[in-house]
Write a protein that binds this ligand. Structure first.
Ligand code: COA
Ligand code: AMP
Length: 631
């Protein structure tokens, strides 16, 4: 019999170096490590410090030349364009090597940055892996972000080349990417040398020569490039994620620890074998897409599915079951919001019965809290284990999960189960003491964390330290609050910062407040996340207007809604705001956002002892009622 979860977990915490050195044998190295963990600069740690490898080799060449050359590596399934296209490991490797040649010819070399601003097309994956192949660093920007967000990332990552497409496709509309890209480059102080544009027939882009080059033209006579060995500690990618200000955090991922950890999770967390089909229904612009559409399945020799569609409406709520049956998917990973959408359109799960799902083994959910009702619905209708697991952009893989590949533990609805091996998770109070089971506190992870977790923020080590390591010395602050029960199951309840989760997308209300505050009629503002049946949470804004403002309130509200869409993007789902006379504050001037949220969500709330003027809360409730919130 294999080891139990408890045994493996104990070994990972007591002998982390031995544990991860063993996991590292799953990866091809061009130079082996002499030390597993470098702890000479505490609290900054590095895994496999003197080892070398290439991540693209491990994801592609290793399989293409090692007996999986003819196995599908990637299946592109796009109901939005009625396309299904399959790439074998050999075909995908060859395309990547050629595109790497195009990048090299444009001067991209080891350590240079390449921004990838693309929809869910195979060319996005090819661009990511080609960048990794030549030891450069990619930074993928989600297509639903506005030009200004892209400009911020261009300035921070200072890319030599940007790879983009002429358009993205959302149900019912085409999103022309090129005007957004041009506007972003115009706004940014840093200018890329070149842009490579993948033209889609749905909308062709006008190219600005000589800066812009067509995707295919860039590859004419390009010399296919071999894999360049890099240090395990060299960055593989930068992925920007919402922080507590308008300036996103550039999460850095290394090459070595990342490959080791992700490969290990495929068999241990997800219970998947090489050769099987694995599908993460997310977007390459998010961390789930990086880890589980692109890297982990390929590192493990699995076939990955790249799905350009939605859970509903493309064409109906049976879309996921169609994909599972057609491509023989073993494991699906998505966000609970996708299941809430399916449940809303097909409450009795009638469409499930239309498809042969005998290949389907497990459903994994993450990105936001799995509400028990949705989880139970999925269990009842799919009749497979439904596993909630908890992680973050920063960690790159799960901190807590039911590790089905090791041992399936009993499911407790509302909990992502227990800490995954490698993670020493604690719940601390404000006095730095561990709380007792059942009591809520700040969830932290003891340092050093396992491989694959962010070693730093891009060119912002001080911000990295202050954001995550300063509050509890020796621990990483997850910024999630929650508790642990008597059986060591974790419950993730809320963020302790201004982050909200909308349809599984991570957004900063602080960043939205910055946009609202820039409106000329707005004196003061606040944004909070309120409960939403489909998206989990959606943002709403409160505006206090400048004295003497005579513009109609409905016009100002509509203008700020447009501003957020223009500056942050449609993904913010910012659709409602109300004008109020004042904002409720403590005597020291802190806005009482938590109380406002409880009022909006019709929850019980207590009058804060420190409130400056209790009457303001009645005004807030009244304003909220006008847009359908509060009792
Ligand atoms: N490019 C451009 N615009 C995009 C986009 C992209 N890649 N992705 C989303 N948008 C737009 C949407 O069209 C929508 O625009 P609208 O306000 O004009 O309608 C807006 O951004 C908000 O998108 P979203 O919050 O995703 O809502 P939706 O109504 O389009 O879809 C779900 C709702 C639940 C179906 C969808 O969010 C979903 O499938 N989520 C689950 C999977 C997932 O992606 N999880 C992420 C991490 S695991
Ligand atoms: P992101 O960085 O976009 O992956 O968002 C990470 C945040 O999403 C976490 O810090 C949590 O607040 C939330 N989150 C992700 N997965 C879960 C989960 N399974 N349960 C509860 N919250 C989750």
């Amino acid at each position: 019999m294999g080891e139990t979860y408890a045994q493996i977990y104990r070994r990972s915490i007591e002998e982390p170096e031995g544990f991860w050195a063993e996991a590292a044998t799953g990866i091809d190295w061009t130079r082996r490590w002499s030390r597993v963990l470098d702890d000479s600069r505490k609290p900054f740690y590095r895994w496999f410090p003197d080892a070398e490898l290439n991540t693209c080799h491990n994801a592609l060449d290793r399989h293409a030349d090692g007996g999986r050359g003819d196995q599908p590596a990637l299946i592109y399934d796009s109901p939005l364009t009625s396309t299904v296209r399959t790439y074998t490991f050999r075909q995908l490797r060859d395309e990547i090597a050629r595109f790497a040649g195009a990048l090299t010819r444009l001067g991209v070399a080891k350590g240079d940055r390449v921004i990838i601003y693309m929809p869910m097309v195979p060319e996005a994956v090819i661009a990511m892996l080609a960048t990794a192949r030549i030891g450069a660093i990619h930074s993928v920007v989600f297509g639903g972000f506005a030009a200004k967000e892209l400009a911020t990332r261009i300035n921070d990552a200072t890319p030599k080349v940007i790879v983009s497409a002429s358009c993205g496709i959302e149900p019912g509309r085409i999103i022309a990417y090129k005007p957004l890209l041009d506007a972003a480059i115009e706004m940014a102080d840093h200018k890329p040398d070149h842009c490579i544009i993948y033209q889609r027939t749905q909308c062709l882009a006008a190219l600005t020569r000589p800066r812009d080059i067509d995707w295919y033209e860039a590859q004419i006579d390009a010399t296919p490039q071999p894999c360049v060995p890099v240090a395990a500690t060299d960055p593989l990618y930068i992925l920007y994620t919402s922080g507590t200000t308008g300036q996103p955090k550039g999460v850095v991922r290394d090459n070595g620890g990342h490959a080791v950890a992700l490969k290990w999770t495929m068999s241990n967390v997800y219970g998947v074998k090489p050769g099987e089909v694995y599908w993460a229904a997310s977007d390459v612009g998010w961390v789930v897409g990086h880890s589980y559409i692109v890297y982990a399945p390929l590192l493990h020799g699995c076939t990955t599915v790249l799905y350009e569609g939605k859970p509903v409406g493309t064409p109906d709520a049976g879309a996921f079951w169609r994909v599972i049956a057609q491509h023989k998917v073993s494991v699906l990973f998505t966000a609970p919001t996708a299941f809430r959408a399916i449940k809303r359109d097909d409450p009795d799960g009638k469409l499930i019965g239309k498809y042969d799902l005998s290949c389907f083994r497990t459903l994994f959910l993450a990105g936001e809290r799995s509400d028990p009702a949705t989880l139970e619905w999925a269990e009842r209708h799919l009749k497979v284990p439904v596993i909630d697991h908890w992680w973050q952009t920063e960690t790159g893989w799960a901190i807590a999960a039911n590790c089905i590949g090791i041992e399936q533990l009993p499911v407790k609805h509302g909990s992502p189960t227990k800490a995954v091996p490698g993670w020493d998770v604690r719940v601390l109070n404000n006095e730095d003491k561990e709380v007792k089971p059942g009591d809520i506190g700040n969830i932290v992870c003891k340092l050093p964390m396992p491989p694959g977790v962010l070693p730093t923020l891009w060119r912002a080590e001080e911000r990295f330290f202050k954001s995550y390591l300063e509050r509890y010395p020796g621990f990483y602050l997850t910024a999630d609050a929650g508790y642990r029960d008597e059986d060591d199951y974790l419950y993730i309840m809320a963020r302790i910062d201004d982050i909200i989760n909308t349809a599984g997308h991570r957004l900063s209300t602080g960043a939205m407040e910055e946009v609202l505050a820039s409106h000329p009629d707005v004196a003061e503002c606040a944004v909070i996340g309120v409960a939403d049946d489909l998206k989990g949470q959606v943002p709403i804004g409160f505006l206090v207007l400048k004295a003497g403002c005579e513009n109609p309130q409905h016009m100002i509200v509509s203008e700020v809604v447009t501003l957020v869409r223009e500056r942050i993007g449609p993904v913010a789902s910012f659709k409602s705001a109300v004008v109020v006379k004042r904002l409720p504050k403590t005597r020291s001037g802190k806005i009482l956002r938590g109380t406002m949220q409880k009022i909006a969500d019709k929850q019980e709330w207590n009058m804060p002892a420190t409130i400056d003027d209790p009457a303001i809360l009645d005004e807030i409730a009244e304003a909220l009622r006008t847009i359908g919130y509060a009792r």
